[in-house]
Design a protein around this ligand. Structure first.
Ligand code: AVJ
Ligand code: FE
Length: 429
C-alpha cells in the first residue's frame, strides 16, 4: 500500500461504516440492544479513538494501549455495561471522527513506509487500523440482527449468483504429511497468524461443503438436542440452560421452520449453510454424524494447501484478493448464499466455500503458534490466548474483504451464536 492507497482505503472504510448506521434512529444508536453487544454509538467512538491512538499518538512516540481514552477503553468497560456510559450524540461522534481523520491524513503525508520501523513498514499500522474498523463493521451487523425496536433495513441488498448445487455428503481427503501453516507476512497479517511454521499432519477427510440447514434439520428431527450422549459435558450444560432446540433466529412455522435476517423472514432453505450455531451445537452435530470438527490446522490445509506445489495459498482460489465476485463476503447479500453460488470458491483440496457465507467453528483452542511474538499490542491476541476460546475460520457474508484470508484466525466463546457462525465436519482417514 502506498500513501494514496492508504488514504483511499481509509475513506472507503469510513463510508461503509457510516452507510451501515445511516438508517438508524438516535434511540437505535444509543440503546444497548443486548448485553452481548455495545451500543452502536460506542463502537463508532471506539473506532475513531483507536485510529487516533495508532495513527496519530503512537506515531509520535510509543504509548500504552491502556491510554485508550476513558469510555472507549474496551477493558475498563465490558460490553454489557456500555449502555450506562455517558455517550455522545451522533453529530458529536461524527465531528470527532472527522477531526481525528484530518490529523491522521496530515501525519500520513510524512509517514515513511519504506523504512525499518515495523509499525510503518509497508503501511502495517494503517492496515491494522483499517482491519479494526472492518471488524467493527461486522460487529454492527451482529448488533443490528439482535436489535430491539423495528428490524434493521439495509439500504441495499444484492442478489447472489444464481448457481446452486446440492450437497452430496462428499468429503475431501488429505493424505497426511508436512505442511506450512500461518504466514510471515508483515504488511497485513495479525501477530496471531505468524510465524509460518511447519507441522506434520495425520491423514484426514473433511466435508466438501459446509453443513447445511437441511443437514441440521435432520439432526434436529433425530432428537439431536435431546440426546445427552451427543453433547460434551459443557455442551449439555449449555443445552439445558439455554433451552435451545434450533439455531438462533429460527422460529417454528407449523411443522417447519422459518428464520430471520434483519427485516426479512423466510422459510429455512435446506440448501444454505447453517448459521448462528454455537460451538457446542456444531460439536454435537458432528458426533451425531459420526464425525468431528476439524482442527484449525486441518481447516487451513483444506482451505489453501497445494500439495503439488507444496505451498499454502492465501485464499482457496489462489493468491488473488478476496472480492464479492469470488465469495459471499462484504455485507452485500445480507445472508448466506445457496451452496455452490460462487463457482471458483474452491480450494486445491476441493472444498467449497471456505471463505465467506459463515465463519466455521474448529475444535482448536485459541493459542499462539510456535515462535509467536506479540506485535504491536498484547490486547489484540495475547490476552485472549488460552482454553476459553475456540478458533473460527473463513469469514462470513458480513466480513469485509480486507479482513479475511486463509490464515486469519477469529475466536469466541463456545456458547456464542449471535456471530455469523456455521461449520463443516472432518474425520480421521
Ligand atoms: C477478533 C473479532 C474477536 O471483536 O473482539 C475488535 C476483533 N479486536 N477490536 C473482537 C477486535 C479489537 C475481535 N475479534
Ligand atoms: Fe475494537
Amino acid at each position: 500500500m502506498n500513501h494514496e492507497d492508504i488514504a483511499a482505503r481509509l475513506t472507503e472504510a469510513r463510508e461503509r461504516t457510516l452507510a451501515l448506521v445511516d438508517p438508524l434512529s438516535d434511540d437505535d444508536l444509543h440503546r444497548q440492544h443486548d448485553p452481548l453487544m455495545s451500543p452502536i454509538i460506542w463502537d463508532l467512538g471506539h473506532i475513531a479513538h483507536f485510529e487516533e491512538l495508532w495513527l496519530v499518538r503512537n506515531l509520535e512516540g510509543p504509548v500504552e494501549f491502556g491510554e485508550m481514552p476513558g469510555i472507549y477503553n474496551p477493558f475498563e468497560h465490558p460490553r454489557r455495561v456500555r449502555g450506562q456510559l455517558e455517550l455522545p450524540s451522533l453529530d458529536d461522534v461524527k465531528a470527532v471522527m472527522n477531526e481525528i481523520r484530518q490529523r491522521v491524513l496530515a501525519r500520513l503525508a510524512s509517514a515513511n513506509l519504506d523504512g525499518d520501523d515495523p509499525l510503518l513498514c509497508d503501511g502495517y499500522v494503517y492496515a491494522m487500523v483499517l482491519q479494526h474498523e472492518y471488524q467493527h463493521d461486522e460487529t454492527f451487523l451482529q448488533t443490528l440482527q439482535l436489535k430491539q425496536g423495528a428490524p434493521y433495513q439495509a439500504s441495499r441488498v444484492y442478489e447472489p449468483p444464481r448457481r446452486r448445487v446440492t450437497a452430496d455428503g462428499s468429503m475431501a481427503k488429505f493424505g497426511g504429511g508436512p505442511v506450512e501453516l500461518g504466514t510471515d507476512d508483515r504488511a497485513v497479517a495479525y501477530d496471531n497468524e505468524r510465524p509460518r511454521h511447519e507441522r506434520e499432519i495425520a491423514p484426514f477427510a473433511i466435508d466438501v461443503y459446509p453443513v447445511t440447514n437441511g443437514d441440521y434439520l435432520q439432526f434436529m428431527r433425530d432428537g439431536g438436542y435431546a440426546r445427552e450422549n451427543l453433547w460434551s459435558a459443557d455442551g449439555w450444560q449449555w443445552n439445558r440452560e439455554s433451552q435451545a432446540d434450533a439455531p438462533k433466529y429460527w422460529m417454528r412455522d407449523g411443522d417447519d421452520w422459518c428464520t430471520r435476517v434483519m427485516d426479512r423472514v423466510s422459510s429455512v432453505d435446506a440448501g444454505l449453510a447453517v448459521c448462528h450455531v454455537c460451538y457446542h451445537e456444531a460439536d454435537a452435530f458432528a458426533r451425531w454424524a459420526g464425525k468431528r470438527l476439524p482442527t484449525e490446522t486441518e481447516w487451513e490445509v483444506a482451505a489453501g494447501w497445494d500439495e503439488s506445489e507444496k505451498r499454502m495459498q492465501r485464499f482457496p482460489w489462489g493468491d488473488e484478493p478476496a472480492t464479492p465476485e469470488r465469495a459471499n463476503i462484504d455485507q452485500l447479500v445480507f445472508g448466506v448464499a445457496p451452496l455452490g453460488a460462487y463457482g471458483t470458491n474452491r480450494s486445491p483440496l476441493g472444498c467449497y466455500g471456505m471463505i465467506g457465507d459463515v465463519w466455521e467453528w474448529t475444535s482448536s483452542d485459541f493459542l499462539p503458534y510456535p515462535g509467536y511474538r506479540t506485535f504491536p499490542y498484547a490486547e489484540y491476541s495475547e490476552v485472549f490466548f488460552g482454553n476459553e476460546y475456540k478458533v473460527l475460520r473463513g469469514g462470513s457474508w458480513a466480513t469485509r474483504p480486507g479482513v479475511i484470508r486463509n490464515s486469519f484466525r477469529n475466536w469466541d466463546y463456545p456458547i456464542r451464536r449471535q456471530i455469523f457462525s456455521g461449520f463443516r465436519c472432518a474425520r480421521d482417514a
